[in-house]
Write a protein that binds this ligand. Structure first.
Ligand SMILES: Cc1cc2nc3c(=O)[nH]c(=O)nc-3n(C[C@H](O)[C@H](O)[C@H](O)COP(=O)(O)O)c2cc1C
Length: 349
């Protein structure tokens, strides 16, 4: 079905296509028949894929990465696309428009995206009301938070702590995003002083797990040092990675924003693998970046990922990708003689 509508969708501006998809997925909130149809088509679960994590049950390990459902309008829709969990956001305390359009671009031949969105989102007030309305959710939900563009770096801590305080009750886990390339100065917060202060304050506010999402644009050794320090300071997990600003990965890059999708795959895996070599068994790891098949998802799981996330490949392959990853994982797990995904996590370390 997606292959039929894809040429039409790809004739539209990427953001317009996204709005259309959002309209369809939002209708899952009010039309149970549509939800049922999509669930039958795309949602896969099997005892071998089930795992207990963050105090809840994940029925499959494939999640929707942050940035697709920035405003928490598509949680049911995400399950309808087959996802086992969803990470909403990045959201900020105050509603903001993000960077000027156009700010989202397809590199079709490379099955990659380039985005300079800049945390466009409805803000805490509206999103909290939405979460309240739909809680408890159809699937586990992570809440990914960031600072407003106008918040100076030395006041950033206040933005993060405010969001944790207001939203933690709705989250199965929360994510500190200091790795987007599209908010000036944000990545400078990937430093020991900020991370130490943030996690020490966060721990006073909630018992929910708080994870740190990192950028891929650093040496592996730096990523290991940064994440090990974050875990020492209280992070409950690491999500690797966000988009990259390594424009050499694309033949015709634009000179703004972060790159995701197939061209990010190896870079993202390299960082994840280095981090997992140090932290597997000590904290929970989530792998994201260029995952576009069951084999790639399985590679991340065997390297130490408890969960994986997908965004760009969903745009190029449609929701059947999520079903295919889950069905493929069931086969791969059985082939290797595992009776549960938990046994496979980190099995190649
Ligand atoms: C359009 C778009 C918007 C994104 N917005 C966010 C965001 O708000 N917060 C965040 O942490 N990551 C964001 N990301 C990064 C993704 O969550 C993910 O880390 C990255 O795209 C790599 O995964 P992929 O190759 O499967 O797309 C965004 C990515 C895209 C393509």
């Amino acid at each position: 079905m997606y292959e039929t509508i894809k040429p039409l969708l790809f004739k539209l501006e990427p953001e317009t296509a996204h709005h259309l998809a959002e309209c369809l997925l939002r209708s899952a909130n009010v039309c149970p028949q549509l939800l049922e149809f999509f669930l039958r088509e795309y949602y896969v679960t099997h005892p071998i894929l089930n795992q207990e994590l963050f105090g809840t049950t994940f029925l499959n390990p494939v999640g929707l990465a942050a940035g697709f459902d920035k405003n928490a309008t598509m949680i049911r829709g995400s399950k309808a696309m087959g996802f086992g969990f969803s990470e909403i956001g990045t959201l900020t305390p105050i509603r903001q428009a993000g960077n000027p359009k156009p700010r989202l671009f397809r590199h079709i031949a490379e099955e990659s995206l380039q985005n300079a969105m800049g945390f466009n989102n409805d803000g805490l007030f509206l999103i909290e009301r939405r979460l309240q309305k739909y809680y408890p959710f159809a699937i586990p939900v992570g809440i990914n938070i960031g600072k407003n563009k106008m918040t100076p770096e030395d006041e950033a801590l206040y933005d993060y702590t405010k969001l944790i305080r207001e939203l933690h009750r709705y989250a199965d886990y929360m994510v500190i995003n200091i790795s987007s390339p599209n908010t000036p100065g944000l990545r400078d917060l990937q430093n020991e002083q900020f991370i130490a202060e943030l996690f020490s304050r966060a721990k006073e506010l909630t018992t929910k797990p708080i994870l740190l999402k990192i950028a891929p644009d650093m040496e592996c050794s730096q990523a290991v040092d940064l994440t090990a320090m974050a875990v020492e300071k209280g992070a409950d997990g690491i999500i690797a990675t966000n988009t990259t600003v390594d424009y050499s990965l694309l033949p015709y890059p634009l000179d703004k924003g972060g790159i995701s999708g197939r061209v990010l795959q190896e870079k993202s895996f390299a960082i994840f693998d280095a981090v997992a070599a140090e932290l597997y068994g000590k904290t929970t790891l989530i792998s994201v970046g260029g995952i576009d098949s069951a084999h790639e998802a399985y590679r991340r799981i065997c390297a130490g990922a408890s969960l994986v996330q997908v965004l760009s490949a969903l745009i190029f392959k449609g929701p059947s990708l999520v079903r295919d990853i889950n069905l493929g994982l069931i086969e791969l797990l059985k082939e290797d003689g595992f009776v549960s995904i938990s046994e496979a996590i980190g099995s190649r370390r």
